[in-house]
Design a protein around this ligand. Structure first.
Ligand code: COA
Length: 320
């Protein structure tokens, strides 16, 4: 028994902000952003929240799967930007959907979060603990960006993506993942500092900081290796894969992975032009875009891959 994705959904905020829009409020340009990353626009939350986007994406995924909320026995939300420390995002989604029979918890693995959630669901399904699951990635990263730091804030966006997974004989063929905490500070954001009657803090709020070149080197080295391991475990060659759905951080990273795997770039759909990097939500939003455009046929094999803060990475081979 394994897990098979049987429905997807996604949601992005209404407000679309182009690179030219940003160049009016900070010292940047469309040329700089586009040439280094491929990003042309991103959606930023104004009325929306991480929770509202997560709920919308989840409802659409259930509808797409033809599954009732009561049928779910597991909900896993991947996020680094939930609205509340408690209750967790997954419990809020459970409540909004009326998924009364589900156990719900969050995982934090940043941009690899959706892959880690997929792997967890597969383990639950292989051990017979779960028959129908909802996994989602949802982020409002704009609230943890330093809008005075042009080297980070132009790269990220807001949104949510979700998938319904059903226990079946075919579906997830392999999942590999890993972490390197020793390199954690190359992409970081502090939570609240210690603050109690015995230790007062006057620290300001922390925002995302990044050593872009280190993250870039990590990604181009690790992602192809991780995909190759997942392919080997699944007993499938890269040529047999119809579609590689990678975390949408940077066009140049995706092109480097395609080259290393000796695969045409056409097999690597992208939405980073319109969405930027949405951390845990990037992979499921792109998966939903591809699914709804009918770009994957039933029984075709696809790869999902995520990478990012932690550092963390993960890749999966799936039969659609
Ligand atoms: N607009 C204009 N100029 C900018 C800018 C912006 N938004 N952000 C930074 N710059 C300037 C810097 O101040 C610096 O100027 P200086 O040379 O005068 O000091 C210069 O651009 C840096 O440019 P460069 O060294 O060419 O940057 P880069 O080629 O390393 O590109 C990234 C920067 C962030 C696009 C690139 O490193 C990257 O994509 N890394 C991976 C990041 C990533 O994907 N993170 C998420 C992973 S989950």
């Amino acid at each position: 028994m394994t897990g098979r994705i049987c429905g997807t959904g996604s949601a992005v905020p209404k407000l679309r902000v182009t690179n030219d829009d940003l160049s009016k409020i900070m010292d940047t340009s469309d040329e700089w952003i586009k040439s280094r990353t491929g990003i042309e626009a991103r959606h930023l939350a104004t009325e929306e929240t991480t929770t509202s986007l997560a709920i919308e994406a989840s409802r659409l995924a259930l509808e797409n799967a033809g599954v009732e909320a009561e049928e779910l026995d597991l909900i896993i939300a991947a996020t680094v930007s939930s609205d509340h420390i408690i209750p967790t995002l997954s419990c809020e989604v459970q409540s909004a959907l009326g998924a009364v029979n589900a156990t719900a918890f969050d995982i934090g693995a940043a941009c690899s979060g959706f892959l880690f959630a997929l792997s967890t669901v597969q383990a639950y399904m292989m051990s017979g603990q779960c028959k129908k699951a909802l996994i989602l990635g949802a982020e409002v990263l704009s609230k943890i960006m330093d809008w005075n730091d042009r080297s980070t804030c132009v790269l990220f966006g807001d949104g949510a993506g979700a998938a319904v997974i059903s226990a079946e004989d075919t579906g997830i063929m392999s999942v590999v993942h890993g972490s390197d905490g020793a390199k954690g500070m190359v992409l970081a954001c502090d939570n609240r500092p210690v603050n109690n009657p015995y230790k007062k803090t006057t620290a300001d709020l922390s925002y995302v900081s990044m050593n872009g070149q280190e993250v870039y080197k990590f990604a181009v080295r690790t992602v192809p290796k991780c995909i190759e391991q997942a392919l080997e475990q699944a007993g499938v060659t890269a040529d047999e894969i119809s579609c590689f759905i990678l975390h949408q951080a940077n066009r140049r990273i995706i092109e480097a992975v395609a080259k290393r795997l000796k695969q045409p770039i056409e097999k690597f759909p992208m939405n980073l032009m319109e969405c930027g990097n949405i951390s845990a939500a990037s992979v499921p939003i792109l998966l939903d875009n591809v699914n709804r455009h009918g770009m994957i046929e039933k029984e075709e094999k696809i790869v999902l891959a995520g990478f990012g803060a932690g550092l963390t990475w993960g890749a999966a081979v799936l039969t659609w």
